[in-house]
Design a protein around this ligand. Sequence first.
Ligand code: SAM
Length: 313
Amino acid sequence: MLDGLPPSQAAGAVERLIAAYRGDTPTHAPILRDRADVAAYAAYRMPATFEAVRSALAAFADAVPGWVPGSHVDIGGGTGAATWAVTDTWGGTRPVTVLDWAEPALALGRELAAANPALADARWQRARIGSALALEPADLLTVSYVLNELEESDRTALVDTAAATARAVVIVEAGTPAGYARVIEARDRLIRAGFEVAAPCPHSAACPIVPGTDWCHFSARVPRSSLHRRVKGGTLAYEDEKFSYVAATRLPAEPAPARVVRRPQIRKGQVLLDLCGPDEELCRTTITKRHGDLYKAARDTDWGSAWPPEPTV
Ligand SMILES: C[S@@+](CC[C@H](N)C(=O)[O-])C[C@H]1O[C@@H](n2cnc3c(N)ncnc32)[C@H](O)[C@@H]1O
């Protein structure tokens, strides 16, 4: 699709989008204005938003074993990154609806989805997020990298509408202090609406992070294709996308006993793990060789994983 554009137009669109996302959002008109914008977005951002949503959904799926969503609505879905992440997480097909106010994004999303049989019947619909947004009931609702673009009143209206219509809501934002703050705001609203947090938190009590001192976020590795490197001008073969998320549900959920909330530090004969635990506290634990199999597991675990890992037998 990028090949249909003059190279300078795609690179120019990437630069403009990077500046727009750094600048003042919310905006009162779509940032994704035309074909060059959305092709650029799909090439330089969509791989990263896809990997972030996929990581969040994997943690959520672990907490609701055996559950498969019967329908999916993606709000502010843009070019459809979350729809690809959902079809990657759960096999089979289901009714899928993507809502966005940027028609060029929906059009390109629809074209890309032609390559994914599980999205063959997806509906790509123009809709403006706000108090007038009406949603049909859905099993799973995703809101990926969207809250950042909304006024506070639209953010709260969206989360309340989501809570009233879906059985599971997965919200992903940039892994920044501001992104984390928006996730926590949404998490609190979902809990007040009767939802239970399934991931990343081991509980639905208050987040133990003292506001302003730290922020809960994770990292997803994004392989960079040559196309991605071309539009973004980078040379590394990968990038690490930092994201914050919450997955909450009305379904019976089994949250992780604890979650690794920083990159594990591997020292000689020991691994230091920073954990968010069930007792509503953050703690550091040291696993040494003396712990045997647990030490092996600690060496293999990663930032964002559940701890301890599920026994494999
Ligand atoms: C950063 S993009 C994220 C796209 C996609 N969810 C992803 O993860 O790649 C934000 C999306 O939210 C949409 N959006 C922002 N404000 C909106 C509004 N008020 N109503 C509908 N869509 C909106 C934008 O058009 C854009 O597609």
